[in-house]
Design a protein around this ligand. Structure first.
Ligand SMILES: [Cu+2]
Length: 150
């Protein structure tokens, strides 16, 4: 008898604890999703083995982003170059081996641009010739519903 009673108590306690954690999780998720619009989108790009990952980057016009460039190579320094000053995209930045650099971008015009690594070691092929380049595409802004008819 006593054994059954205790088991019942324990089960109730487990259920209450579970419900508490579910409620907590729900509140956290709700708070998180409401906080989302406040921060600038971060796009992580990995540099290593003469490649960018991803090699295709999609942006929206007039939407600021932070490119988080991570050089995962142990010894090879890399670079990220974009030459489109008129489009709000003018970058030439070195990322030392094993380090990361953040770049703020504000694309002003839609279009497609090539980015690449400027580095070259002695007589060897440049990193770009080894395949270290990619495409950054700026797509039209999503229209707010109130302006859809314009
Ligand atoms: Cu490189």
């Amino acid at each position: 008898m006593t054994h059954l009673y205790q088991q019942h108590i324990t089960k109730t306690a487990v259920h209450l604890t579970l419900q508490f954690f579910l409620l907590l999780a729900f509140l956290l998720v709700t708070a998180w999703s409401h906080a989302e619009p406040a921060y600038t989108k971060v796009i992580e790009v990995t540099l290593g083995d003469y490649r960018y990952m991803p090699k295709d980057i999609q942006l929206l016009v007039n939407q600021p982003v932070i490119l988080h460039l991570v050089n995962v190579d142990s010894f090879t320094p890399h670079n990220f170059t974009l030459e489109d000053a008129s489009d709000g995209l003018d970058v030439n930045i070195d990322i030392p081996a094993g380090e990361s650099v953040d770049v703020n971008l504000m694309p002003l015009v839609t279009g497609s641009h090539t980015f690449y690594c400027r580095n070259k070691f002695l007589w060897m092929d440049s990193h770009r010739e080894k395949g270290m380049q990619g495409t950054l595409t700026v797509a039209p802004e999503r229209q707010p519903k109130s302006q859809a008819g314009r």
